[in-house]
Design a protein around this ligand. Structure first.
Ligand SMILES: NC(=O)c1ccc[n+]([C@@H]2O[C@H](COP(=O)([O-])OP(=O)(O)OC[C@H]3O[C@@H](n4cnc5c(N)ncnc54)[C@H](OP(=O)(O)O)[C@@H]3O)[C@@H](O)[C@H]2O)c1
Length: 316
């Protein structure tokens, strides 16, 4: 009995001492590239917090001009100032982008194309998870609309600029959760049945299918693309689920920090010689296995066509 009590009393102390070491052990995968990025232009979506903020910070640290594409300009400006102060790089710019509204996406792209000569790195990072059933301004289910269709349209609108700036890269932040995802073409907007957890998984599967189809279509263009699982990361992603918030809090000692979560996106965005792995999926800065669904070229091609159709853009 005394032993158990002693153990319970010592547990917080043990966690305090051991947690950083355990977290380090669980979060292998560090972007060790020494590449510097002066003269390079990068766009990071959802860069005002979490993994996106840390990704943008590191790109700025390496000298890139970085656009923080955020739906909340005030939050974005605060983060831009923080990054400018930390890195000494003043070329950190905030632009409004709401991926839940195709008008906003088109306006962002229009202004960006008018403003910038180049785009070398596009990081499609923003995401929502486990939202109660809701729709975007254009009537798309929120997960599919923001996580997949929003980034699909954004990439489409910026593609010529990426090609002109080649070698250039598109990084799509997906998730291990894609393993539970399915593309239900008859229920893409979740109108027939809906589960918030699964809706997230479906959209993350769509991220990988998009990456693979984009890679096939971009072969030889000098633009390459990669999908990423960042790890389990302590961020605001769980904001819609009290249960997940509690789980994240409980295990917060062990899961990755946002800085650790940004490593694989950075690895795919800047590591030299990665072009040969165009279209691959990465986790912990290494190529990672994806589900059978995610390797299905027929589904990828159909999802591409359906996405174009929904967004009113040409299929080729
Ligand atoms: N955290 C994890 O364990 C984990 C695991 C696997 C994959 N991921 C993926 O990693 C990516 C980043 O997530 P995170 O963990 O850093 O989550 P986060 O802290 O919640 O950051 C998500 C970002 O996306 C932005 N966003 C949400 N809806 C948007 C919209 N309609 N338009 C524009 N921006 C929008 C958010 O902006 P606001 O602040 O304005 O809401 C925020 O900046 C996501 O794609 C997520 O699926 C995360």
């Amino acid at each position: 009995m005394v032993g158990v009590l002693l153990l319970l009393l010592l547990l917080p102390f043990f966690l305090y001492i051991a947690a950083p070491k355990i977290r380090k052990m669980l979060s292998s995968g560090v972007c060790t590239s020494t590449v510097q990025l002066p003269g390079k232009v990068a766009v990071v979506t959802g860069a005002n917090t979490g993994i996106g903020k840390e990704t943008a910070k590191e790109l700025a640290q390496r000298g890139a001009r970085v656009y923080l594409a955020c739906r909340d300009i005030q939050k974005g400006e605060l983060v831009a100032r923080e990054i400018q102060t930390m890195t000494g790089n003043q070329q950190v710019l905030v632009r409004e982008l709401d991926l839940a509204d195709t008008k906003s996406i088109r306006a962002f792209a229009k202004d960006f194309l008018a403003e910038e000569k180049h785009l070398h790195i596009l990081i499609n990072n923003a995401g929502v998870m486990m939202c109660p059933y809701s729709k975007t301004a254009d009537g798309f289910e929120m997960h599919m609309g923001v996580n997949h269709l929003g980034h699909f349209l954004l990439t489409h609108l910026l593609l010529e600029k990426l090609k002109e700036s080649a070698p250039s890269r598109v990084v799509n932040v997906s998730s291990l959760a894609h393993h539970l995802g399915r593309i239900h073409f008859h229920n893409l907007q979740g109108e027939k049945f809906y589960n918030a957890g699964l809706a997230y998984c479906h959209s993350k599967l769509a991220n990988i299918l998009f990456t693979q189809e984009l890679a096939r279509r971009l072969k030889g263009s000098g633009v390459t693309t990669y999908s990423v699982h960042p790890g389990t990361v302590n961020s605001e992603l769980v904001r819609h689920s009290p249960f997940m918030k509690w789980m994240w809090w409980l295990f917060s000692f062990f899961i990755k920090t946002p800085k650790q979560g940004a490593q694989t996106s950075l690895y795919c965005a800047i590591t030299e010689g990665l072009e040969i792995l165009n279209g691959h999926h990465f986790s912990d800065c290494s190529v990672a296995w994806v589900s059978a669904q995610a390797r299905n070229e027929t589904i990828a091609r159909r999802l591409w066509d359906v996405s174009c159709d929904l967004l009113g853009i040409p299929m080729d």
